[in-house]
Design a protein around this ligand. Structure first.
Ligand code: G6P
Length: 506
């Protein structure tokens, strides 16, 4: 990729998951790259800059051991060709990392009580309003002892790193784990230029009324310590401004998407995140992917058969169960497709320490067994469910699927849809939820899914499977063009330009 925009300021990044992780095997300590869209989107920038540090959680025991050995200060990890911890000067690309260690029980309250079951669920429209007692005493306590405590620990680490850089830095905070950090950092370091980017949907004020007034106010005021609060879509940015107006009574401008807090102007902005097409092309060209493609073709695509694909974490927001219900309905209503269409689901178990997530995996397994029992023909099961996290296998499946199903109840962006648009070579049709952020950019090239309407989704899958080849290729080419011209660098560059403007450099 071409050079990054000059920043003129040191950079301090914060996310819960970091760019590297340490582990231990029989041969000793190992270092791996962190996975996920957020980490890959920001790693290039962190590697490129001399004066950048990435503050993140010590996610493994070995991470905590490394942090303890370095008395909590930052470490330098060379990232290429093989990730390794280094003591002196790096000879290749490297990232400076500050691992934050927190008390395990506070972290559990932060991650498994507040961040995921409460904030994630509210922001994806999943929070139970009928049966769950909102909020229990234990959950109230967990806000203070978990979410706020852990936020404070990360904020202190950020402040430390900013001060080590003279008190003036560009601070990029990531996601819903850290809504209280911006305000605390600004209090200690008033000269920072600070963006908080939220990678998940932001619902309107009424959804937030689920939370007690004092807590929602603290979350919003925390975020308003930023100069820019970033989202993937205009709708989320607008909802955020509405929340500031309706829940805090602050002066706002819904056209300009701004909130006035005392003498400061906070801007809500939208920057749709994307993928790195060159990196995807390189992965697709690898021998490993070629071998997977040959195997998948053999398994699913002989005799003019067709393949529906989904690649997701096992997250209730991804709506995997209704996706399978729609597929089952499709086979019930179109028996001619039985034996002709397979559904490959590559699912990664996620957040299994949260009961809702563990229950969801069990629900998926039961439903798949039931549909397979109903529709197996000539020894061929319609659904192949694999619980794996295997990116080369996913890229192989992306390359040759006929239909990708993304039927999320809500999804900040959904990068799988963009990845398929770039690498598919078969005129693959995107069957895309109207509730995924990606639908704003790719909806016109996709078949739209309404995620709660199983019959609508079954009909849409039928439309996708029977779409003329020419039309399929036309839509895919247009989607690929949109993604290639709006890649992850553009996501980052647009933010950096805005921040430089706020800092007065342009
Ligand atoms: C989403 C969030 C990320 C998060 C990822 C994986 O993409 O936006 O912040 O890291 O899910 O979830 P996990 O809980 O495993 O970090």
């Amino acid at each position: 990729m071409s050079d990054f925009i000059p920043l003129d300021l040191p950079l301090v990044l914060l996310s819960n998951r970091g760019p590297v992780s340490f582990d231990r095997d029989t041969a000793g300590r190992t270092v791996g790259r962190g996975a996920g869209g957020l980490v890959s989107a920001l790693s290039g920038l962190a590697e490129h800059l001399d004066d950048a540090v990435w503050v993140c959680g010590a996610a493994s025991e070995e991470d905590a051991a490394v942090a303890a050995e370095h008395s909590g200060s930052s470490i330098l990890v060379q990232t290429h060709p093989q990730p390794r911890l280094i003591e002196g000067e790096a000879e290749g690309p490297a990232i400076r990392v500050r691992l934050v260690v927190t008390d395990p029980s506070a972290y559990a309250d932060f991650y498994s009580v507040w961040s995921n079951p409460i904030l994630w669920f509210i922001q994806h429209g999943l929070y139970g309003r009928t049966l769950s007692p909102v909020l229990t005493r234990a959950e109230h306590d967990a806000f203070e002892n978990g979410y706020a405590t852990v936020n404070r620990a990360y904020a202190d680490a950020v402040v430390d790193e900013v001060r080590a850089r003279g008190g003036k830095a560009l601070v990029l905070l990531q996601d819903y784990h850290f809504y209280l950090v911006a305000d605390w950092v600004r209090e200690q370091c008033p000269d920072v230029v600070l963006t908080h980017f939220i990678h998940i949907p932001w619902p309107g004020p009424d959804e937030w009324r689920i939370l007690p007034g004092d807590i929602r106010e603290r979350l919003l005021r925390g975020l308003l310590g930023s100069d820019v609060v970033g989202f993937h879509t205009r709708r989320y940015a607008r909802n955020f401004v509405l929340c500031a107006a309706e829940l805090l009574g602050l002066p706002t401008d819904l056209e300009q998407l701004t909130v006035t807090v005392g003498d400061r102007l906070v801007r809500a902005r939208y920057y749709p995140i994307s993928v790195d097409p060159a990196a995807l092309d390189a992965t697709q060209a690898s021998e490993e992917v070629a071998a997977h493609i040959a195997m998948l073709r053999y398994l699913f695509l002989d005799d003019d058969r067709q393949l529906i694909l989904r690649v997701d974490r096992t997250d209730p927001s991804k709506n995997v169960v209704r996706g399978f219900l729609a597929f089952g309905t499709l086979l019930d209503q179109h028996p001619e497709l039985v034996g002709k269409v397979s559904f490959l689901a590559l699912l990664q178990p996620s957040r299994t320490d949260v009961p809702e997530y563990a229950d969801y995996i069990a629900l998926i397994g039961g439903l798949v067994a039931e549909i397979n029992a109903r529709h197996t023909k000539e020894g061929r099961q319609p659904i192949d469910l694999r619980m794996v996290e295997d990116f080369p296998l996913a890229v192989a499946a992306y390359s040759i699927c006929d239909v990708l199903i993304v039927n999320a109840i809500a999804d900040g962006m959904n990068l799988v849809a963009k990845e398929v648009a770039v690498v598919n070579r078969r005129g693959g049709v995107l069957a895309l939820s109207e509730m995924a952020g990606a639908h704003e950019e790719l909806g016109e090239f996709a078949v739209t899914l309404q995620p709660f309407d199983v019959q609508q989704m079954a009909d849409a899958l039928y439309t996708a499977l029977t779409m003329p080849m020419e039309e399929r290729h036309r839509r895919l080419a247009a989607a690929a063009e949109q993604v290639r011209t709006h890649d992850v660098r553009r996501w980052l560059d647009d933010q950096l330009v805005d921040l430089r403007r706020i800092a007065g450099f342009i």
